[in-house]
Ligand binder design. Structure first.
Ligand code: NAI
Length: 341
């Protein structure tokens, strides 16, 4: 077997935690050959739920699960951690604006970033799921000066997977047939789903450009443009709200599945297609350096590299610019609170 990996999950007593921990423990994230040591970090209000989840994890008798610790101590929670999944966040209450939410989350992500800086393993990889994910990741990263900024990511994989699912259903092909789709920008309704470079591969292995395949099904390029702007983009960007409306609570299992995919690909590689990850910008595609924004990326040697040289259409460009402006506004807000330099 490989060396055991220590994985910290914050918000372990919440609904995403409940959907996520069993999949990690079963080997879905890192493979069944890698034993996992789970660290469940909660606040006192969520401690019982996390402890109950730990009992159930024992009862699964997963061969990959090496140990489980439940704690409310932030330092202990991140000691020696290889993989940190920051799920716990302050949920948006009624009438709460994004600014209020950022305020509430400062108390969470600043100390967690500091604890990661002080005690995590040298190879620590961080995924922020708790919203507003991109800016929470920025806060955590700012408090972890010794950890390379590239190791702090925020989750747009759920948006990416939602896009793949909508495309597959529209084209009546398996999800696995679709590659090279991108979600750019912020994990919010301003995100920019982009299919321009997408490819659909048929059962004989013959590739076709996604826009062309869509034109075949929808009835020409005009119909594709209309579908993208009127159906596809709003459906993907507002899917979270749709789930809340239909299910009665927010996405949990799909968010957990996306977190598993994100870390799986980061550690084990992306394969033939790129995926979407919010990582620190190096200025690529005109996104202000230092912001944590979603890009098309591949994982090489356990590092997310931004796919270079893609042509960006004017419509997508306009959407990216709006979304990046929103990220800048959020950054300025947490900067005014003294949370990021
Ligand atoms: P939940 O409310 O069921 O669970 C959150 C848990 O976090 C609670 O048990 C709470 O006690 C815990 N928590 C709060 N502060 C904490 C802290 N400082 N340290 C450790 N634990 C803490 O919420 P749910 O449904 O599990 O969602 C979690 C977050 O994920 C939310 O912010 C939600 O908006 C976000 N989300 C993000 C998605 C994405 O695609 N990036 C998709 C779906 C949800």
């Amino acid at each position: 077997a490989n060396t055991p990996m220590t994985i910290t999950v914050t918000g372990a007593g919440g609904q995403i935690g409940y959907a996520l921990l069993f999949r990690i423990a079963s080997g879905a994230m890192l493979g069944i050959g890698t034993p996992v040591r789970l660290r469940l970090l909660e606040i006192p209000a969520g401690l019982n739920a996390a402890e109950g989840t730990a009992l159930e994890l024992q009862d699964c008798a997963f061969p990959t699960l090496a140990s489980i610790d439940v704690t409310t101590d932030v330092s202990a929670g991140f000691e020696g951690t290889n993989i940190a999944l920051l799920v716990g966040a302050r949920p948006r209450g009624p009438g709460m604006e994004r600014g209020d939410l950022l305020q509430a989350n400062r108390a969470i992500f600043a100390p967690q970033g500091a604890a990661i800086n002080a005690g995590a393993a040298d190879d620590v990889k961080v995924l922020v799921v708790g919203n507003p994910a991109n800016t929470n990741a920025l806060i955590a990263s700012a408090h972890a000066p010794d950890v390379p900024a590239e190791r702090f990511t925020a989750m747009t994989r759920l948006d990416h997977n939602r896009a793949l699912a909508q495309l597959a259903m529209t084209l009546r092909v398996p999800v696995s047939a679709i590659s090279n789709v991108t979600v750019w920008g912020n994990h919010s309704a301003t995100q920019a789903p982009d299919i321009a470079h997408g490819i659909v591969t048929d059962s004989r292995g013959v590739p076709q450009a996604l826009p062309e395949a869509l034109a075949g099904v929808l009835g020409g390029p005009g119909a594709v443009a209309e579908w993208l702007g009127g159906t596809f983009i709003p459906r993907v960007a507002k899917r979270g709200a749709e789930i809340i409306e239909v299910r009665g609570s927010s996405s949990a299992a799909s968010a957990a599945a996306a977190a598993v995919d994100h870390m799986h690909d980061w550690v084990l590689g992306t394969g033939s297609s790129w995926t979407s990850v919010a990582r620190v910008s190096d200025g690529s595609y005109g996104v202000e350096a230092g912001l944590i924004s979603s890009f098309p990326v591949r994982s090489n040697n356990q590092a997310w590299e931004i796919e270079q040289g893609l042509e960006v259409s004017p419509a997508v460009r306009a959407r990216i610019d709006r979304s990046v402006q929103e990220l800048r506004d959020e950054r300025d807000m947490v900067r005014s609170l003294g949370l990021v330099p």
